[in-house]
Ligand binder design. Structure first.
Ligand code: HSE
Length: 458
């Protein structure tokens, strides 16, 4: 049905024998879909040279066909029923960039059942239903590629599954939500409040259709679950991933953390313990000398600590149209390179062979140990200035660093901030309860974790 004119234009020496163009069906023509169309067209020659055959967008499914026609151009068939696209015999690979979970899952499973490869940017779908989807793909001998689902422009899935495949991966710590990092950066500059920064992130196309996913840490949790799956060969039950976003973060804590030599960032943390894994998302203090502390705006950064390569750091755009399309098209290139028979995936979906996937217990957040930052309001308890270190010591919290931070405009906000020794959140809560009891009501007004990552020379 579809004419393969671009293939005949490719020099003979570059063609992969027996293969025509890879025929792509695109579901979703929004921010990521439009970037994908643009990139496939703009770099078509280069892509064909790299693959040995062209990659051609032949069909797209969208709700608003008029709008979609402006995005995909005149040579692409448009349909409003995505199932028709998924079942079309002339489509080799389905690109799902419509988002959402319920319909996306139906479409992806149907594409797999039809023997089609799938490329998706849908982190929610894979974090919540990855096991079922990957098993179906494995059984059918097709690939579900998802580089765009995590930290868009940074090829981190490839790094974990291929580049670092010789390594035991100890931990992955990342800033993986561009929207919240953008908001935090704007707030730290003091120029914009939370709501204005979120509005701007939405206008720029960074935020999810439902931005609460960004600011409540859910999007970062989806991505961190996928990072953990690939770092540890793990089946990560998403319901056990702790997600706390940036909505309760007071900009004053960002200033106080600076006084102690830290920046506050929304981190996704995947760490291997002896018999469990940590998979969690929350704001945390990061030493200002660490690369992660320098990640600003909508950029993402991911630090991976390994046994042979040592620590590596990966940095790039964390949201956007072409930036995400870069990963979608790279996945299409991988699919196009699979060869005539398709064959089993060269690289397993979650870094280890399916039979080696383990369901590690996820350590409950209350049992995860770290140092903690506590902020006390000096105005409420002036006696703290002289008594607090002793009071904390009396409940077993020997403070290691502390600072009295004066608010530049509002003396009521003057703060005493301290860093505790490393202990679990449950243990800390018990000791703070003791403090409240012994001191006649003293409680910290803010508590955040500290991630004491080693700082390498930058
Ligand atoms: N809303 C996401 C973010 C888009 O801000 O990171 C990229 O996944």
């Amino acid at each position: 049905m579809f004419q393969d004119s671009s293939f005949s234009a490719l020099p003979e020496a570059l063609r992969v024998s027996g293969l025509g163009a890879l025929r792509v069906g695109l579901i979703g023509t929004g921010v990521v879909g439009s970037g994908t169309c643009q990139l496939l067209a703009r770099n078509a020659d280069l892509i064909a040279q790299r693959v040995g055959r062209p990659i051609r967008l032949v069909m797209a499914a969208a709700r608003d066909l008029h709008k979609a026609a402006q995005v995909v151009g005149p040579d692409v068939d448009l349909v409003s029923d995505p199932l028709a696209l998924v079942r079309h015999p002339d489509i080799d690979v389905v690109v799902e960039v419509m988002g959402g979970v319920t319909l996306a899952k139906t479409l992806v499973l149907e594409a797999i059942a039809q023997g089609k490869h799938v490329v998706t940017a849908n982190k929610a779908l894979l974090a919540e239903h990855g096991s079922e989807i990957f098993a179906a793909a494995q059984a059918r001998g097709v690939v579900v590629a998802y580089e765009a689902a995590v930290a868009v422009s940074i090829p981190i899935i490839k790094v974990l599954r291929e580049g670092l495949a010789a390594n035991r991966i100890h931990e992955v710590v990342g800033i993986v939500n561009g929207t919240s990092n953008f908001i935090l950066s704007k707030m730290a500059e003091g120029g914009q409040d939370f709501a204005a920064a979120l509005r701007l992130a939405t206008e720029l196309g960074y935020a999810e259709a439902d931005p609460s996913f960004d600011v409540e840490g859910v999007d970062a949790a989806h991505k961190t679950a996928l990072l953990a799956a690939n770092a540890f060969g793990a089946d990560v039950p998403f319901a056990q991933v702790h997600a706390q976003g940036i909505t309760e973060l007071d900009p004053w804590d960002m200033a106080c953390a600076r006084a102690l030599g830290y920046r506050i960032k929304l981190l996704g943390i995947a760490r291997q313990q002896a018999e469990a894994i940590e998979v969690r998302v929350h704001p945390a203090l990061v030493p200002e000398g660490h690369w992660l502390a320098q990640v600003q705006g909508s950029m993402n950064g991911i630090w991976v600590n390994t046994d042979a390569a040592g620590p590596t750091f990966h940095y790039g755009a964390g949201a956007g149209s072409l930036t995400t399309a870069s990963a979608v098209v790279a996945d299409l290139i991988d699919v196009a390179r699979l060869g005539p028979a398709g064959g089993p995936a060269r690289v397993p979906h979650r870094a280890v062979q399916p039979t080696a996937i383990r369901r590690w217990p996820v350590l409950p957040i209350g049992q995860v140990a770290s140092r903690h930052y506590l902020r006390f309001a000096v105005h409420a308890w002036p006696e703290l200035l002289t008594c607090l270190p002793d009071w904390l010591q009396s409940v077993g919290l020997d403070v290691q660093s502390w600072a009295h931070v004066r608010h530049p405009e509002d003396g009521h906000q003057d703060a005493l901030v301290v860093l505790t020794p490393s202990l679990s959140a449950d243990d800390l809560a018990a000791r703070l309860e003791l403090l409240r009891h012994q001191s006649g009501g003293v409680v910290p007004v803010a508590v955040w974790r500290v991630e004491d990552l080693p700082c390498s020379a930058m």
